[in-house]
Design a protein around this ligand. Structure first.
Ligand SMILES: Nc1nc2c(c(=O)[nH]1)N[C@H]1C(S)=C(S)[C@@H](COP(=O)(O)OP(=O)(O)OC[C@H]3O[C@@H](n4cnc5c(=O)[nH]c(N)nc54)[C@H](O)[C@@H]3O)O[C@H]1N2
Ligand SMILES: Nc1nc2c(c(=O)[nH]1)N[C@H]1C(S)=C(S)[C@@H](COP(=O)(O)OP(=O)(O)OC[C@H]3O[C@@H](n4cnc5c(=O)[nH]c(N)nc54)[C@H](O)[C@@H]3O)O[C@H]1N2
Ligand SMILES: [Mo]
Length: 748
């Protein structure tokens, strides 16, 4: 022990605040933050993760790339450590070469990923500012979380999807007061609301469900897993990918039994007359009745009729998990849920209508006065090219090839250099073998990472980045009411540098130092950004301490609770559809969209329709008879902290849930090692046999580090070895992660 003092301070993260003990240059313990009523267990693993042997210690360059600019061997593990100056010289020269030879449009900097919670050192802001400074880059649109919804929902409600969810949906308080029936497609899972981008301090979802139960609210979880909603909710098992059929059957029942609100459909919607003939079977001879839907969904017709009647006669809120649009034809359940809610005529009423993403992140359902945030200005991107974020492998594999996206015909750019900071595509992208092939195309791949992730292991130049615990920052999210000073708890581990310092070093070498830094150190930027935030908050009537005061106090709770916040857009539209129209072409909710119809897409026509995915239980084969869903992990955020979690005895491979009826004929018992596989690849997993999952469905969470070379079995259990890399449709082009068929066998 060196006589250095033990210190305890609080910091923030995407999964909330926590207390950290340090001794000298080491983090020795992390504990829950006292004001948090339901603190997650995630921080406990932090000390082991921060000081893990898999930290990137020094700048590293792949030996074969350095020698011959080899592109085929990415993943070979053979690196040369270099001093910072030399590595930065090489990287700056290479970026310069690419932009001068091929133009900035040959640099892909979409760099998707969650990175860390601090506002200044957020890797996405840093990389985009840097790439804009040097002349621009090919960017990405949307997210893996909600990319498909971000494309379809503006056509339906006329709002940006995130504005719609964050600014028009009811808070849990309003739901508790008004909702009588809560119909949750894909559940609402407190496990997922542990996290929220930028931080979430008081974890409240589980507490709200206790309130809902006390109030006698009927809470129905529709989907493949009982565990997707808190205990005490009713579970209506439904096949993954079939929700649109179930929604259509509910809608059919409303119409057939005279329960639909035709007055609301006439006053607030457009296109009911175009949709009704499809619903009732006049256009295709197939009424979308509960009997029609039953073999598709697995839900009995009587249950559907009873639910439709209850929804029509009580204050009903339909909620839809983000997972429903992370699948092939994900546009349809999203659009159809809005049509179903419109038929109930409760949109804009407190505790009624439809809401998206409750439970997905902890910030949704909270209700705070907006006081603005704190972000590093990113500058302007001189390159107009943008790809839908989940089409990255298509882009690398097919330069120059045309593709459709939300009414536009676009062309994939010819990418020579890929730059990633703050994301892990070899964790998050679908069909990792295909991504591996795509990854051999660019001439150079540069990655900033604290850990040797699968992505870092496939980069030519790896810069070791600090974690948030090794640098000063401010923690603040618009969906949270706390403000944190995040102190540098320990010095950088190894030779790690902040993303800001790395980019400043590159910009300087390219003669653009002052343009990137504006002459500010990291501390100057934090001062500057904080001052702007404090001014805006002050203008909104919210007192925020000075930065020095905040440093001394470590954290404060902001007085931004909204007393029954008016949710303006849909409330006003309901009260006055002519005076406060939506920003759709018709000014109304679009049940039929002339715009979408005009695109002429057979995979997303002018009104919601049932379109089966290519891979789901309805298309099960002898080789791949089980539907794989790949939810978010409960014990961490995506692939973060995985290095240390994987060290825990028995933790890897990851656990796959399988129904007893499927386990039995395969001779599988809880604890058995199994192989989950399809024609795209195979992974090792550990079975847990349960009756809380629909027979024919297996669930393997995301986040295990992809640990295989191409074509080999992944020993750790990353589901993206198995998922299918296709867009949701030509409209949304989101990820189809939840649409995959697999087989499971015991490993002996
Ligand atoms: N099959 C399947 N796949 C999915 C999903 C699914 O449901 N099913 N979900 C998708 C969704 S919604 C998402 S959001 C993605 C998540 O995918 P990602 O956001 O890519 O996952 P993370 O593990 O959070 O990756 C963040 C990386 O940034 C690194 N990092 C952290 N802090 C810093 C920093 O300060 N600087 C730098 N340079 N690096 C840092 C971390 O070590 C980590 O490797 O996964 C997607 N993939
Ligand atoms: N602890 C933790 N929380 C997280 C994250 C994390 O990594 N860890 N990641 C965060 C991120 S980035 C995001 S985007 C959100 C995602 O939030 P969600 O999209 O809500 O979460 P998922 O876990 O992908 O899926 C929720 C459930 O949907 C069900 N499901 C899958 N397909 C279907 C279907 O076709 N129909 C129905 N009805 N149900 C289906 C599955 O059983 C699954 O358990 O979670 C966030 N929360
Ligand atoms: Mo996400």
């Amino acid at each position: 022990m060196d006589g250095s003092t033990r210190q305890t301070r609080v910091t923030s993260s995407h999964w909330g605040a926590f207390e950290v003990d340090t001794e000298g240059d080491r983090i020795v313990a992390a504990r829950p933050f006292a004001p948090d009523p339901h603190p997650p267990a995630i921080p406990a693993i932090l000390p082991a993760a921060v000081h893990h042997r898999s930290r990137v210690a020094r700048p590293a360059i792949r030996r074969a790339w350095l020698a011959t600019r080899d592109r085929s061997g990415r993943g070979d593990g053979d690196y040369v450590d270099l001093p910072w100056d030399e590595a930065l010289d090489i990287a700056a020269a290479e970026i310069d070469r690419v932009r001068k030879t091929h133009g900035n449009g040959a640099i892909y900097g979409g760099s998707y990923g969650w990175a860390s919670a601090g506002r200044f050192h957020h890797a996405q802001g840093q990389i985009h500012r840097f790439l804009n400074t040097i002349g621009g880059y090919v960017a990405s649109f949307g997210s893996y979380s909600t990319g498909c919804a971000q494309s379809i929902m503006p056509h339906v409600f006329g709002e940006n999807f995130l504005t719609l969810t964050y600014e028009t949906q009811d808070s849990y308080a309003t739901i508790a007061d008004h909702t009588e029936t809560l119909v949750m497609f894909g559940g609402i899972n407190p496990k997922n609301s542990q996290v929220s981008m930028g931080g979430i301090t008081e974890h409240a979802t589980a507490g709200w469900f206790d309130r809902f139960a006390e109030k006698g609210m009927v809470r129905i979880n529709i989907g493949p897993q009982r565990g997707d909603a808190p205990e005490g909710c009713e579970w209506l098992p439904c096949r993954p990918g079939s929700d649109t059929a179930l929604m259509l059957a509910l809608a059919y029942t409303l119409e057939a039994e005279g329960l639909a609100d035709h007055a609301f459909l006439a006053s607030h919607c457009t296109g009911w007359d175009r949709f009704r003939p499809y619903l009732m079977g006049e256009t295709d001879g197939q009424p979308k009745s509960p009997d029609w839907a039953a073999p598709l969904t697995g839900v009995g017709p009587d249950k559907v009729r009873a639910l439709a009647r209850r929804m029509a006669t009580t204050r009903t809120l339909i909620t839809v998990a983000w997972s429903l649009q992370r699948q092939e034809h994900g546009e349809q359940p999203y659009w159809m849920s809005a049509v179903l809610a419109a038929m109930l005529g409760q949109i804009g009423l407190p505790g009624g209508g439809v809401g998206y993403g409750y439970g997905a992140i902890g910030g949704i359902g909270k209700d705070f006065r907006p006081i603005g945030g704190m972000t590093l200005p990113q500058g302007r991107n001189a390159v107009p090219d943008v790809i839908p974020v989940a089409r990255v492998a298509d882009m690398l594999l097919h330069p120059g090839q045309p593709y459709d996206f939300n009414g536009e015909r676009r062309t994939y750019p010819d990418i020579r250099l890929v730059y990633w900071a703050g994301g892990n595509p070899f964790h998050h992208h679908q069909d990792l073998s295909r991504l591996h092939d795509a990854w051999t195309r660019p001439e150079t791949v540069i990655v900033h990472e604290p850990w040797w992730t699968a992505t870092a292991q496939r980069a030519d130049i790896v810069f070791p980045a600090t974690t948030p615990y090794e640098r000063e920052d401010i923690g603040r999210s618009p969906l949270d009411d706390y403000l944190f000073h995040m102190p540098a708890l320990i010095p950088p581990v190894g030779e790690a540098r902040d993303d800001y310092a790395i980019f400043a070093g590159l910009a300087g070498r390219m003669g653009l130092g002052p343009a990137f830094t504006e002459g500010r150190s990291a501390a100057d930027w934090i001062d500057h950004l904080y001052a702007g935030f404090r001014d805006r908050a002050g203008a909104a009537g919210v007192a925020v301490p000075t930065l020095d005061e905040l440093r001394a106090r470590n954290w404060v709770k902001l007085d931004i609770a909204a007393e029954e916040q008016p949710k303006p857009i849909l409330r006003r539209f309901r009260a006055d559809p002519e005076g406060a129209p939506l920003r759709t072409p018709s000014g109304r909710i679009e049940i039929f969209s002339e715009t979408i119809d005009g695109f002429g897409y057979d995979d997303c026509p002018g009104h919601p329709v049932w379109l089966p995915p290519a891979e789901w239980q309805g298309a099960a084969t002898a080789e791949a008879p089980l539907h794989l869903v790949s939810p978010q992990p409960g014990d961490k955020l995506h692939s973060q902290l995985e290095a240390a979690l994987a060290d825990v005895e028995g933790a890897r491979p990851e656990t796959v849930l399988i129904h007893e009826e499927d386990a039995k004929p395969r001779g599988i018992a809880t604890g058995d090692l199994v192989r989950v596989f399809n024609r795209r690849g195979s992974v090792r997993a550990r079975a847990r046999v349960t009756s809380d999952i629909l027979p024919g469905v297996v669930a393997l969470p995301t986040g295990a580090w992809f640990g295989a070379g191409r074509g080999n079995m992944d020993p750790n259990g990353n589901p993206n070895v198995l998922t299918r890399d296709v867009g949701t449709s030509r409209l949304g082009q989101g990820t189809s992660a939840h649409s995959a068929l697999v087989e499971v066998a015991r490993l002996d």
